[in-house]
Structure formats: C-alpha cells, structure tokens
Design a protein around this ligand. Structure first.
Ligand code: URA
Ligand code: SF4
Length: 203
C-alpha cells in the first residue's frame, strides 16, 4: 500500500547514514505533502531552518515559494515538496556528487510512490539531477527554465519543468520576475499534462 510504503521510506531516511551529511544534520528532511499530489516540487537540500524543523522549505526561500505557488493558483498543502538530498550540507554548501548519488534512491522511490503528473525542479542541482534521471541532456538552467518536457523518470511518465531556485531570487532580485513568470505558466502545464482531461476523454 502506498501509505505503508511511504512510511517505510521515511523511516529509512530518518535512520540513514549513507553519506557524510548524516553526521552534521539535526533532522533529516524527507519531504511533505499529499501522497496523491499531481505536482511534486524538488529543491536542492535543507537549509538551517529546515534542518531544525525537519520540514522542507520553511525558511525565507519557503515563504517565497509559498507566494509563487499562490501565483500559480496552487496551495502548498496540495503539492508534494522534497529535495534532492534529505540532510543539510554544513554551512549550506552545495551538495556534493557522491552525496547526491547516495541520496538519489530515496527521490526515485518518492517519485514512484507519488507518481506525480508534473515535477518542478527548483534550481540547477534539482534540474540537472532530474534531467539526468530522465536520460536527457541538461542544457543549463538558463535554457531549461520555463520549459516543460515530457519525460519518463523511474518508470513514471511525467512532465518535467525546471525553474530557478527561490533562494537564488532572494540574492538576485532580477530573477524574481523570471521565477514569477515561470510559476504563472504552471497551470497551463498542469492542465496539459498526462492526466489532464481533454475533449478526447469525452468523445
Ligand atoms: N532550499 C532548498 O533547496 N530546500 C529547502 O527545503 C529549503 C531551502
Ligand atoms: Fe542519507 Fe541522504 Fe541524509 Fe545522505 S543526505 S545521510 S544519503 S538521507
């Protein structure tokens, strides 16, 4: 069953020591949201606040993310949110290749359990990782952002959509309007997704 499988996964993440990040974390951050969500958001890694609370996107970047979701007509409670790595890298450094590789099986299982219609990659680490899982060449965030591509990830057919990381827009205000524009495009991408109803479903 989906719930039981998910519970097992969360338990494994809570006890995980597969990479060095386990040694410095306060709390692992598995992710949160409804297991039947149509939309999954994937960030980079927990920050300070996330590490303290064990929840994704609860700091400043999270506030901006909530506002961006609002622009897309979405409520935070309706989407599933996680990160590429589940434990905070010390000092918020970038996650390293071997840490991403060690943690990736958890993200793959999350995608299989939730089977979202759309996966939104937040930032270049999530973008690069998800494009790679989909067997696609990563063209860089400048070219990939705001573009929806059909993909198969871990056996699940999804629409993959990359945008900038909300934290990047906190440091670079110019990115804010780009992020806004990308999020405003989300409803049409969700509507046009695999499980979206079209006339063909009725006739
Ligand atoms: N940045 C991320 O990538 N993820 C979080 O959960 C918080 C900030
Ligand atoms: Fe395990 Fe991932 Fe945490 Fe590393 S980051 S200890 S692989 S849960």
């Amino acid at each position: 069953m989906r719930e039981e499988e998910y519970k097992r996964l969360v338990e494994e993440i809570r006890n995980c020591t597969k990479c060095r990040l386990h040694a410095t974390r306060k709390n692992p951050v598995p992710g949160e949201g409804p297991l039947d969500a149509d939309i999954m958001l994937v960030g980079e890694a927990p920050g300070k606040r996330e590490d303290e609370l064990g929840r994704p996107f609860v700091g400043r970047a999270g506030e901006l993310l909530n506002a961006l979701l609002g622009l897309a007509g979405l409520r935070r409670e309706d989407v599933y949110i996680t990160n590429v790595v589940k434990c905070r890298p010390p000092g918020n450094r970038d996650p390293r290749e071997d840490e991403i590789a060690a943690c990736l099986p958890y993200l793959i299982r999350q995608i299989q359990i939730i089977a979202p219609k759309v996966i939104v990659a937040l930032g270049r680490h999530a973008g690069r990782t998800l494009y790679s899982l989909a067997g696609k060449k990563w063209p860089g965030i400048k070219r990939a952002h705001g573009r929806a591509i059909p993909a198969r990830i871990a056996g699940v057919s999804v629409t993959l959509y990359a945008t900038y990381h909300p934290a990047a827009a906190l440091y670079n205000p110019e990115l804010r309007s780009v992020l806004e524009e990308d999020f405003r495009k989300l409803p049409s991408i969700i509507g046009g997704g695999r499980r979206g109803k079209s006339l063909l479903d009725f006739f």
